[in-house]
Design a protein around this ligand. Sequence first.
Ligand SMILES: O=C(O)C[C@@H](Cc1ccccc1)[C@H](O)SCc1ccccc1
Ligand SMILES: [Zn+2]
Length: 168
Amino acid sequence: LLPILEFPDPRLRTKAAQVDPAQVTSPEFQGLVDDMFETMYAAPGIGLAATQVDRHLRFMVIDVSEDKSAPMVFINPEIVSSQGKRAYQEGCLSIPGIYADVTRADTIVVRYLDREGKQQELPAEGLLATCIQHEIDHLDGKLFVDYLSPLKREMVRKKLAKARRHAA
Ligand SMILES: O=C(O)C[C@@H](Cc1ccccc1)[C@H](O)SCc1ccccc1
Ligand SMILES: [Zn+2]
């Protein structure tokens, strides 16, 4: 399992670099993808961005199915269109115990390279669209708490500091 960075770790603010398409089929990269799926399922989570495990490359793994039956890899993802708005109570594996409503586009089309390095274009809506947008934010060093008011974000910081003190 790969350790997941936790807020306010500054490494979570790193902007990830494009993946070299020639690297995608290498054993090293494929091994990292496998490790990320294992880490995500163990958390458990439905998405995990490479940034969260301190690998600053533009890719993420997602599986919104109930039974781990729909693993998806998005490499160098870019949203090419987005429509509508939808609020969803988001959590984040890097900000444990904090949940808040975040409004994002309801329907998107995302262009990316798949696990074989093949260019794909996928329409997504609902939870999958929310998750894709949440993970791409990670690759840009953004966290869902950035969408909260400064007051609310301060409350989050205090709550996490307190939880860390009690855990120590
Ligand atoms: O930290 C992450 O990126 C994993 C996130 C992905 C996510 C957050 C909000 C909304 C959709 C996806 C989650 O912590 S995975 C845990 C989870 C499970 C079911 C529904 C929502 C979140
Ligand atoms: Zn997250």
